[in-house]
Design a protein. Structure first.
Length: 752
């Protein structure tokens, strides 16, 4: 029985013409492997290469446009759809722009598994809606490229240095938190219908140890086996095993002299064998093959050799260059450097992704083809995004000033008070706001409310004055603009000082030289605080800011990360106490001197001051997991029991304050001092590590019970061989709200 199609079909749909419908690969009654094998058997070497890379004649090779094969009725395909913060696409019309979420750091700050899965559901639904629009031709990176169904994201490289230009793209510094985020988000993206078709396919990036932008194309990360497994593989393992991600984008980084996209240890030994995912597809980062030319790692890097070492060491698709496509892969095969079997493996994995989303089956049998355009930025999706905005901001300090009562004279000053562009994280699409045209790359920010606008709306325009004072990165002071802001602050009852950075300062290909406030913002902030007015400091940023001198004089401090479209309203409502749903820090905020203690290009996690809360030996400005509330919470926990495989605890979270609110309980594991001293003779030992968490909403005067089941395997730490080991001795579990007293339990473990 061959595929029969009636009515309109999604973009890139195969098996719809008489040529293809006569061939076994379109016979839906056959097993999937039979169909794919039949199609591969009909392909020439040139046609196989055309499936494994982009045809430069069709468009940007970074996006990878596969050429069609008319003689087999095989359509072309567009691969690189970014889904880190939205389904990357141009707007369709008013209120039909893809839902753009707060940056991943903010999402991670929510510590909310269900929110991450909901985000995946929203983005995959909208990706399908765009893909189903066969009549609309202006969605991708050129005016003839509809959206595909292969999404790249989440980006789960660890945040290990605030100077890294892509900190805004990742969900924090902890492997367990990042891996859990990846798993939940991917499960939301890759839902499967009753017929077994995926809504879309998700690929994690950048695999792995990608944490430097300066000289990123030729960067060699010198990593110990310990650091590789403890900090750069664990989150990918969780995303692959628990989230069942379909593959990875291999990174630019070389690890100990071996480029990630030519590293069979990563691709084959670990991802496909150790993690039991032989179908995992590896897609190269844009230009990663080309970057091996002239590589300082002394690879014999003529293009034929590059073609051979990349495909034979596990990469399946070339993006951003045409080394394979321009004949070098076929030449390497003819010269015996590449096997037909390996080429067919790569083609099989690539085709499998397209088959599994239903692009070679009757669209009427794929439930996801019924998703309509009205799902794009729907009320449901807006509501989920609003929740994301509310839960993604963190209250770092509150010295009896919040919540603010409206109706006072409020001055909102600082460049991010009106920033808008700075509210956006990465990959926010060709358009975020409709501007009256269907063509991409004509951006407008009119649909994004600013923090100043939202505060003014709640407080009253006549009582609210707004002056940025200085630009984000200005070096020349405009005394007139600065003085207007200072005068307004001096005449106010309360000052909201909104500072930060945007993608002109931190972004892909650009590391920050330091993480001090750029331009004149430090000087301006100090002048505002010297006025002595009650001041709420609000930060908008990806990578954290060193605000050493601003903490003590500020009455309250709020971290918003990149709050996107819904964040400004969430910030304003939280300041006035209309919301009390704060998150916790997914990163450590270091003092400014951290940047003098270690180079960004030193990838060690444990030497010098140490990196992340797991190994940092200094005193942070604000620690990982820190976060306050406008109400008064307390918690108590009891141990319920244990088995050979897990430990059970029950915690009660009580709200003794005047407001309803959300609270997060984080569970940290550490070795006792005696056990630690015995173990760290052999390898580094984390000061503590996150092993579980739960977010709850608690009404004023009420309590909520949380049950924790901590697997014994979660008490493992990484040894010098990269293995996760549960050591004999005393282990401590701390149940924490990120401030105040933790509830601790001691566990004495012995080998079984």
């Amino acid at each position: 029985m061959c595929v029969m199609v009636s009515g309109a079909v999604p973009n890139y749909q195969g098996c719809i013409d008489p040529v293809s419908r006569s061939l076994p690969y379109c016979d839906a009654s056959l097993a999937l492997e039979q169909r794919i094998s039949d199609l591969i058997s009909r392909l020439s070497i040139e046609e196989k290469v055309g499936i494994l890379g982009g045809d430069p004649a069709l468009g940007d090779t970074c996006s990878v446009f596969n050429r069609p094969i008319p003689r087999l009725g095989l359509p072309g395909y567009f691969w690189l759809e970014e889904v880190n913060t939205q389904a990357n696409s141009a707007c369709l019309g008013p209120n039909r722009c893809a839902t753009t979420f707060p940056g991943p750091l903010g999402l991670a700050a929510s510590f909310n598994r269900s929110l991450w899965r909901d985000k995946g559901d929203v983005i995959s639904t909208e990706l399908r809606a765009f893909n189903n629009l066969h009549w609309f031709r202006y969605l991708g990176p050129k005016p003839d490229s509809p959206v595909g169904l292969t999404g790249f994201g989440p980006n789960i490289n660890l945040y290990i240095d605030p100077r890294w230009g892509r900190d805004s793209e990742v969900p924090g510094e902890d492997p367990f938190l990042s891996g859990t985020y990846a798993a939940e988000y991917t499960l939301g993206l890759q839902q499967i219908d009753e017929q077994g078709f995926f809504k879309m396919k998700s690929f994690l990036k950048h695999f792995t140890a990608y944490n430097v932008e300066t000289n990123r194309f030729n960067f060699n990360a010198n990593l110990s086996t310990f650091d590789l497994w403890d900090s750069h593989l664990r989150q990918f393992e969780i995303g692959m095993k628990q989230g069942r991600a379909s593959g990875v984008m291999c990174s630019y980084t070389a690890i100990n002299g071996i480029p990630s996209c030519a590293n069979s240890y990563l691709m084959d030994d670990i991802m496909r064998k150790k993690w039991s995912n032989p179908d995992a597809l590896s897609f190269s980062d844009c230009g990663a093959f080309r970057n091996m030319r002239g590589d300082p790692l002394h690879i014999d890097n003529d293009d034929e050799t590059i073609a051979a070492i990349t495909i034979m060491n596990g990469t399946d698709i070339e993006a951003g260059s045409s080394i394979w496509f321009s004949g070098n892969l076929a030449k390497a095969r003819d010269n015996g450097l590449v096997s037909d079997r390996r080429i067919d493996e790569a083609v099989r994995r690539a085709l499998l992704q397209r088959f599994q989303v239903g692009l070679f089956d009757d669209p009427d049998t794929v439930s996801w083809t019924k998703i309509h355009v009205d799902q794009i930025n729907s009320e449901k999706h807006q509501s989920i995004n609003a929740e994301a905005g509310i839960q993604s901001i963190v209250l770092l300090k509150n010295d009896n000033i919040l919540p603010i009562n409206s109706g006072q004279r409020i001055a909102v000053v600082g460049p991010q008070a009106i920033g808008k562009y700075g509210y956006l994280s990465d990959y926010f699409g060709d358009e975020v706001c409709w501007n009256g045209t269907v063509f991409p790359n004509q951006r407008t920010w009119k649909c994004i409310p600013s923090i100043a606008e939202e505060i003014s709306r709640l407080n009253g325009a006549k009582l609210t004055s707004v002056y940025p004072g200085v630009d984000i990165s200005s070096v020349n002071s405009s005394l007139e603009q600065e003085q207007l802001a200072l005068d307004a602050a001096a005449e106010s009852d309360i000052v909201i000082l909104v500072i930060g950075i945007d993608r002109t300062i931190e972004t892909e290909s650009v590391d920050r030289p330091d993480f001090a406030l750029p331009g004149l913002q430090q000087q301006f902030s100090e002048k505002i605080l010297m006025l002595g007015k009650p001041t709420v400091l609000v930060m908008v940023n990806g990578g954290s800011l060193a605000i050493d001198k601003l903490i003590e004089p500020s009455r309250a401090i709020i971290e918003t990360f990149n709050p996107a479209l819904t964040g400004a309203r969430a910030v304003a409502r939280s300041i006035f106490g209309l919301e009390n749903r704060w998150g916790k820090l997914p990163v450590t905020i270091y003092p400014l001197d951290f940047q003098n203690q270690i180079s960004i290009q030193d990838m060690s996690m444990t030497l010098g001051p140490g990196r992340t809360y797991r190994y940092y030996k200094g005193t942070p400005l604000f620690p990982f997991g820190h976060g306050l509330s406008l109400t008064k919470f307390s918690h108590s926990c009891i141990r319920m029991g244990s088995s050979s495989s897990s430990f059970s605890f029950r915690c009660s979270v009580s709200n003794q304050g005047p407001l309803n609110g959300d609270e997060v309980i984080m569970v940290f594991h550490q070795l006792s001092r005696k056990t630690r001293s015995r173990v760290e003779v052999h390898h580094p030992v984390p000061l503590k590590q996150l092993v579980d968490f739960e977010r709850v909403s608690v009404k004023s005067g009420s309590s909520v019970v949380i049950n924790f089941e901590i697997p014994r395997t979660q008490l493992a730490i990484t040894n010098q061989h990269g293995e996760r080991t549960v050591y004999d001795g005393e282990h401590i579990l701390s149940f924490s709200r990120g401030h105040g007293l933790d509830v601790q339990f001691s566990l004495h473990l012995q080998s079984e």
